[in-house]
Design a protein around this ligand. Structure first.
Ligand SMILES: [Zn+2]
Length: 314
């Protein structure tokens, strides 16, 4: 009898364990009343995180959820929806995109099919459209191989300019762009009431940021970060990667790192120092606070090299 019961219950227990392991991909962190961060893992994309190795945001209103960024494709969107079920039974009514990297927007179609309105600035949408094929392909070929079954979908009515004010479900918010960040179209969602900034890929916390060859330069990103910092004076920053943090932590782990890369690599490139030598020399001089960030081992040398090459080709 006991053995029969065990036979019956064991698959159920395994299924529940698998579900909770999957549910744990995004950690739901309360930020302020009705404001949450959905914090994904700091490492690379894999099958378990479906490309959601990033941080998302949610604001609960009486009329539904405002979701900041929609996850990497259908699978990423479903991980977000599952995480939200732990805090609300209300549907996602609005999705605001802060960027053009896969996890910022390739889940749009999944939420739109369930009634959500997709919102983004024109500069962000322009980048999404330019990079749609590349981002979808990278996701489909990546270690998670989470090819979206729905076609990439951008906001059909993007907002003009670098600053938009909205009231959604009675909550006032702003969509702001301060210049190129991790990607050229990166924007920030600002809640002026609780002074919370959903900074998207403009800010990385707990882990080292990565420079890409996508039209955004390290010195531009540094300028955008400082413009964001001085314009908003946030109390809490929900970064694009990592846990909600103070402005001081964002400065130390994103602003200071970008400034340091600029300060070290620009003169090396201008003096035509040998590239390999410069990378090794600068890498060895990395401040310990930056060296201890997650992913520093894989990314720091690459970042130094990319920054050097950007200054070589102004
Ligand atoms: Zn990202």
């Amino acid at each position: 009898m006991a053995r029969t019961l065990l036979k019956l219950l064991l698959p159920l227990a395994l299924f529940a364990a698998a579900l909770s392991a999957r549910g744990a991909v995004l950690d739901v962190v309360p930020v302020r009343a009705q404001v949450y961060a959905l914090v994904g893992p700091l490492g690379q994309r894999d099958a378990a995180n479906a490309g959601d190795n990033a941080t998302f945001g949610a604001v609960l209103t009486p009329e539904g959820v405002i979701l900041i960024d929609s996850g990497a494709g259908d699978a990423g969107a479903q991980l977000i929806a599952q995480a939200l079920r732990g805090v609300t039974s209300l549907p996602v009514r609005w999705v605001i995109n802060t960027g053009s990297q896969d996890h910022r927007w390739l889940g749009n179609a999944w939420f739109a099919a369930r009634g959500a309105r997709i919102i983004a600035l024109q500069a962000t949408v322009r980048e999404q459209r330019a990079q749609a094929a590349q981002e979808t392909q990278a996701l489909a070929q990546g270690p998670g191989a989470a090819e979206p079954s729905l076609a990439p979908m951008s906001s059909p009515d993007p907002l003009a300019g670098d600053e938009a004010r909205l009231v959604l479900g009675g909550v006032p918010l702003e969509l702001r762009r301060f210049g190129p960040g991790h990607f050229p179209g990166d924007a920030v969602v600002w809640l002026p009431g609780p002074r919370v900034a959903f900074a998207g890929d403009l800010v990385f916390a707990d882990r080292m940021l990565g420079l890409l060859d996508n039209g955004s330069r390290v010195d531009q990103w540094a300028r955008s970060f400082h413009a964001f910092e001085s314009a908003l004076h946030a109390q809490v920053i929900v970064p694009g990667h990592g846990r909600p943090c103070t402005p001081a932590q964002a400065r130390a782990q994103t602003g200071d790192y970008l400034d340091w890369l600029v300060r070290e690599t620009r003169p090396a490139a201008e003096n035509m120092e040998d590239l390999e030598q410069a990378v090794t020399r600068i890498d060895a001089a990395t401040p310990p606070g930056l060296r201890k960030l997650a992913n520093a081992q894989e990314l720091n040398r690459k970042n130094i090299q990319r920054a050097y090459l950007q200054f070589q080709m102004p």
